[in-house]
Write a protein that binds this ligand. Structure first.
Ligand SMILES: N[C@@H](CCC[C@H](N)C(=O)O)C(=O)O
Length: 328
C-alpha cells in the first residue's frame, strides 16, 4: 500500500504524521506499532521520535494517538499535539479545536507566533496527577515531591507527576546536566526495574532565572530527545510548586531543540498547563509499504517544505542562551 505522510516537529521533537481521517487505512494497533518501529528507525530513510496518527473522534473534533519509536503507545505528547493540532485545525478550517487523546480531551488553538513568523499553537496539558499509582511508581508513599529516592541517587531530589504520561523530574546544577547521571538513572528506570514497571520520562532541569528554565529529557520509548512537551510542562509546574516561578506567569522553557512558553494554572489545587510553541512542517512524503513487513518501505516521493529556515533563527538564539547558561 501507499501512505502519504507529513514530517513535522515541535521543538525538534520530530514526528511522522499519518492522517487516518482523509485516508481509510484501517490499521490494527499491531500495524501502528510495527509502522512506528520501522518508520521511526533513525537508520531508515525517514526516522522520527514517534508517529502521530490522527483519526475521527466521536467525542471531540478529532483524535490523536502517539506511538513512540519503540512501538509503545503513550497517553500524551505535548509537542506532537501542537503538530497534530495544527494539521487538524488546517484540515477542519478552524482556529480552535478539541482533540481526543488516550486519557483526555484537550484544547488546541492557533496562537501568536512565539518567534518571528513561526507557526505557533497552544495546547492544554491536563489532567495533572501526583498519586504515584497513576504513573505508576512503586514506592511506599502516596506522592513524591522534591525528595530523595535512595534507589536512584543519594543526593538528587526528585518529583513524580503524570500529565497524564509519567514524568520524573529533578532540579540540578549545570555540572549534573553535563554528567552521565541522567543517562544512567533513565536507562535504569526504563529497563526491567521495580520502581517504574511501565518506564518513565526522566528530566533534569536547570533553573536559569525567574521565568526561565532549561530542560533535558530522556524519553520513555525513545531515549534522549531534543525536547519533550509534556516534560517541559511538568517541569514548569514543579518550578511553580518549588516557588522558583509563579502560577499564571509565562515561563520560557529552553531545550536543545528550541524554546516554548508554559503558563501554569492553579484552579484550587487542580493544575493545568498551557504549552505554547512551534508546530513546524518539514516535508510531505509518500511511501510504499507492505503492512506486514514495514521495515522494507521505500519513499515514492518527497517534497521539502520551506518552514524550517525560519525555525533555524530561533535555534541560533536558543543555542546562545544554552551556551551561556548551561555550558559555561
Ligand atoms: N515527546 C512527547 C512525549 C512522548 C511520549 C513519551 N515518550 C512517553 O512515553 O510518555 C511530548 O512532547 O510530550
Amino acid at each position: 500500500m501507499n501512505i502519504q505522510l507529513k514530517k513535522c516537529h515541535g521543538s525538534n521533537n520530530d514526528f511522522i504524521l499519518i492522517d487516518e481521517i482523509t485516508n481509510s487505512f484501517s490499521f490494527s494497533d499491531l500495524d501502528r506499532e510495527n509502522l512506528a518501529l520501522a518508520l521511526c528507525d533513525r537508520n531508515s530513510a525517514l526516522g522520527a521520535d514517534g508517529i502521530l496518527f490522527v483519526m475521527e473522534s466521536d467525542v471531540a473534533d478529532a483524535k490523536m494517538r502517539i506511538f513512540n519509536a519503540d512501538g509503545s503507545e503513550a497517553s500524551m505528547c505535548g509537542n506532537g499535539l501542537r503538530c497534530a493540532g495544527r494539521y487538524l485545525c488546517e484540515l477542519l478550517q478552524k482556529d480552535e479545536i478539541v482533540v481526543e487523546t488516550l486519557k483526555a480531551n484537550l484544547q488546541v488553538k492557533k496562537a501568536e507566533s512565539i518567534f518571528n513568523q513561526i507557526p505557533t499553537y497552544q495546547v492544554e496539558i491536563s489532567p495533572v496527577l501526583f498519586q504515584l499509582d497513576q504513573l505508576p511508581m512503586n514506592l511506599a508513599r502516596e506522592t513524591l515531591f522534591n525528595d530523595k529516592v535512595p534507589e536512584l541517587s543519594e543526593e538528587l531530589l526528585f518529583s513524580a507527576v503524570a500529565v497524564p504520561n509519567p514524568h520524573l523530574i529533578s532540579y540540578v546544577d549545570s555540572d549534573t546536566i553535563r554528567s552521565n547521571i541522567q543517562k544512567n538513572i533513565a536507562e535504569y528506570v526504563n529497563g526491567p526495574n521495580d520502581l517504574f514497571p511501565d518506564g518513565v520520562n526522566v528530566s533534569f532541569v536547570k533553573f536559569i532565572q525567574e521565568g526561565k528554565i532549561y530542560v533535558r529529557t530522556f524519553e520513555r520509548g525513545v531515549g534522549f530527545t531534543n525536547a519533550c512537551g509534556t516534560a517541559m510542562s511538568a517541569s514548569s509546574l514543579i518550578s511553580c510548586l518549588l516557588k522558583l516561578n509563579s502560577f499564571e506567569d509565562g515561563i520560557e522553557v529552553y531545550t536543545n531543540g528550541g524554546k516554548v512558553r508554559c503558563v501554569v494554572h492553579d484552579y484550587n489545587g487542580e493544575y493545568k498547563i498551557d504549552l505554547i510553541g512551534n508546530a513546524t512542517y518539514l516535508y510531505d512524503a509518500e511511501i510504499s509499504v507492505e503492512i506486514k513487513k514495514p521495515e522494507s518501505f521505500t519513499i515514492v516521493q518527497k517534497y521539502d517544505l520551506p518552514e524550517q529556515k525560519e525555525y533555524e533563527q530561533l535555534e541560533a538564539y536558543v543555542k546562545e542562551v544554552i551556551n551561556q547558561e548551561i555550558l559555561i
